[in-house]
Write a protein that binds this ligand. Sequence first.
Ligand code: KG4
Ligand code: ZN
Length: 336
Amino acid sequence: MMPTILAIESSCDDTSAAVIKDGKICANIVATQAVHEKYGGVVPELASRAHEQNIIPVVSQALLTANITKSDLNAVAFTRGPGLLGALLVGCSFAKSLALGLHIPLIEVNHMQAHILAHFIDDPKPTFPFLCLTVSGGHTQIVLVKDYLQMEILGQTSDDAVGEAFDKSAKLLGLPYPGGPMLDKLAQTGNPDKYSFPIVNMPGYDFSFSGIKTAILNFIKNNTTQNPDFISQNLPDICASIQQALILTLMKKLVLAAQETNIKEIAIAGGVSANSGLRRTIQEYAKIYSWNTYIPAFEYCTDNAAMVAINAHYKFLAGEFSNQYASPDPRLKMSF
Ligand code: KG4
Ligand code: ZN
């Protein structure tokens, strides 16, 4: 049976609902929460409240766009974690109630696995086994993807995620939230070789991004004592140089993992895979190392329910369902 599934994503600051029918996405509605802008970062309490307000309109819109009604659904899916507890609770409670009310199965999805499975929404699709560099605001991982639901984390960050490093760097430069996309935009007209920022080499396939903040703070202090306008005068070059250091840190470990596993199918996923520098660099490396690379469409890079829906589709086919005791797990690990 090819199921019709409603999927809900509420792990951070996007309330999203998607419908998947026979493995094809027919709706993907995302309500991004603007309320956090003036605080310079996501405020968990406000995120939960905004999810509570958005969830019914977003779900209604998804059903309308897919041209179906609740009675057409074969299952309801939700993001169990990782993410913010209060935010996850909204999606979990809603999905559970709807599934119970409709007497249909409930499916829980791991947010990081969903980012990776976003590659199976459109063509071209990677072939197993492949490596996925999963880079978001909360995670930085190199994942060995053996099958749809069989994944192994080879390496990860020991402190900050790379998206966090983008956002914190942008904040130190005085850029508004969310800083990552803004830093990317400014970097496009800058010279990445103008300034040098540290490329930290951790053991194995692990990463560390916490040092970049101190490096930027020192850089700002050293350069603004003589010229208080140094930052504003050199902003594109500074952004391009920071972005390059972050990208090269990622690429170093990705190359190592590809060489040691002898895998040439390479994907990127998560919010930071929207970064234009990373997208370009991975294509350049593909030529050098003869990789087949997979880069998600922009709409499937940052948080969305379509990726939860495709993940739920494969879980449905595998018969992996949850029950009425399902609850969020803010620190949910990848299942193997
Ligand atoms: O996957 P995502 O939407 O949410 C999490 O699961 O964390 O990722 C959000 C992260 C943020 O840190 C954001 O700044 C970063 O992805 N991001 C970018 C870009 N677009 C989003 N970072 C760099 N360049 C971009 N173009
Ligand atoms: Zn995410």
